[in-house]
Design a protein around this ligand. Structure first.
Ligand code: F6P
Length: 326
C-alpha cells in the first residue's frame, strides 16, 4: 500500500508521438488506483509556476491517436537551478501533489532524479523521445512512429532520386544517436548510412562513391544522422559535390516533421502499458525509477543507471546494411 493520493503528470523535452497515449494511461490508471491525477503544463516550468489542473477520465478521451502532447512540453533551464526546484517544491506542497510521473528523455530524468532526492518526492519516468537513445529500455515512446515517418519520406525521395538519377543526402534526427538513421536506412535500402557512433565514415563514403562512379550508379540515398562527427548532410554533401563532379547531388533535411503525426499502433500500446506501469510502480512505493520495456515486458530501471548508462547501437546492423547494399 502507498500513501499517494495525488499524482502530477507532465511531459518534458522534445514531444514524441504517443505522449498523449501515455498521459491518458497515467490518468486512468491513477484514478483506478484511487488517486487524483493533475496535469502539469509546459513541463517542469509548469510546476514552478503552478500551471496545473486536475485531469478526469473524460479529459483524456479521444487523445490516444493524437501526436504532440496536450500538456505541452518545454526544456526548462530554471529547473536546473536549486532556486527553481525550491519553487517547484513549494508549488507541489501548495497543490498537495505527492508524486510525479515525468514523460520525457534522459535530460528530464536527470531533473526528476535530483528533485526526488532533494525533496523526498517519488518520481517515475516514462521514456518518450523519437531518438530511442535511453539506456534501460528497448524502445522509447515515439521511436516507432518516427521511424515509419522517415521511411515514408525516404520512399518518396527515392522516386525523385531514381527518376532524375540523383544522389540525395537525407538528414534524420537523433541528437547524438544513430538509431533512427540506421534502422530507416536498412528499411529503405539506403546506399550508405552515416551515424555518430561510427568512425572512419568519410573514407568509406568516398570509396563507395568512387566505386559507384565506375559502375555509373547515379541514383543513391545517403542517410546522415544529425550529430554526426563528420558534419551534417549539407556539409558532407558539399564536400562530396566538390570532389565528385559526376554526381547530381541534392540535400534533404527532414527536420521536425519526424516528431509529429498520429502514433503507430506499437507506440500507442507501449505508451498505454508504460503509463499504467508508472502508476503501479508508485503504488508499489517505487521512487526515482524509469519504467522501461525489455523483452516484451515492463522493467524498472533506477534513474541513476538510466542517466549514466549509454544505449549502444548494434554495429552488426551496419554490416547488414553493407551486405544488402551490394
Ligand atoms: O530529442 C528529440 C529531438 O527531436 C532530437 O532528435 C533533436 O536533436 C532535438 O530533439 C531537436 O530539438 P528542438 O526541437 O529543440 O530543436
Amino acid at each position: 500500500m502507498s500513501n499517494i493520493r495525488k499524482i502530477g503528470v507532465l511531459t518534458s523535452g522534445g514531444d514524441s508521438p504517443g505522449m498523449n497515449a501515455a498521459i491518458r494511461a497515467v490518468v486512468r490508471a491513477g484514478i483506478a488506483s484511487g488517486s487524483e491525477v493533475v496535469g502539469i503544463r509546459h513541463g517542469y516550468k509548469g510546476i514552478i509556476y503552478g500551471w496545473m489542473k486536475q485531469l478526469k477520465s473524460k479529459d483524456v478521451r479521444n487523445i490516444i491517436h493524437r501526436g504532440g502532447t496536450i500538456l505541452k512540453t518545454a526544456r526548462c533551464e530554471e529547473f536546473r537551478t536549486s532556486e527553481g526546484r525550491e519553487k517547484a517544491y513549494e508549488q507541489l506542497v501548495l497543490n498537495q501533489i505527492d508524486a510525479l510521473v515525468v514523460i520525457g528523455g534522459d535530460g528530464s530524468f536527470t531533473g526528476a532524479g535530483i528533485f526526488s532526492k532533494e525533496f523526498d518526492i517519488p518520481c517515475i519516468g516514462i521514456p518518450g523521445t523519437i531518438d530511442n537513445d535511453i539506456y534501460g529500455t528497448d524502445f522509447t515512446i515515439g521511436f516507432d512512429t518516427a521511424l515509419n515517418t522517415v521511411v515514408e519520406a525516404i520512399d518518396r525521395i527515392k522516386d525523385t532520386a531514381s527518376s532524375h538519377d540523383r544522389m540525395f543526402f537525407v538528414e534524420v534526427m537523433g541528437r547524438g544517436a544513430g538509431f533512427l538513421a540506421l534502422q530507416s536506412g536498412i528499411a529503405t535500402g539506403a546506399e550508405a548510412i552515416l551515424i555518430p557512433e561510427e568512425q572512419g565514415q568519410e573514407e568509406k563514403l568516398r570509396a563507395y562513391l568512387e566505386e559507384g562512379n565506375k559502375r555509373k550508379k547515379a541514383s543513391n540515398i545517403i542517410l546522415v544522422a544529425e550529430g554526426n562527427n563528420i558534419g551534417g548532410a549539407q556539409e558532407i554533401a558539399k564536400r562530396m559535390a566538390d570532389e565528385f563532379k559526376d554526381y547530381n547531388i541534392r540535400v534533404n533535411v527532414l527536420g521536425h516533421m519526424q516528431r509529429g503525426g498520429s502514433p503507430s499502433a506499437f507506440d500507442r500500446f507501449l505508451a498505454s502499458r508504460l503509463g499504467t506501469a508508472s502508476v503501479e510502480a508508485l503504488m508499489d512505493n517505487q521512487r526515482s525509477v524509469m519504467v522501461g520495456w525489455q523483452n516484451h515486458d515492463v522493467v524498472l530501471m533506477p534513474f541513476n543507471k538510466t542517466i549514466k548508462g549509454t544505449r549502444n547501437i548494434n554495429k552488426k546492423l551496419l554490416e547488414v546494411a553493407d551486405i544488402l547494399n551490394t
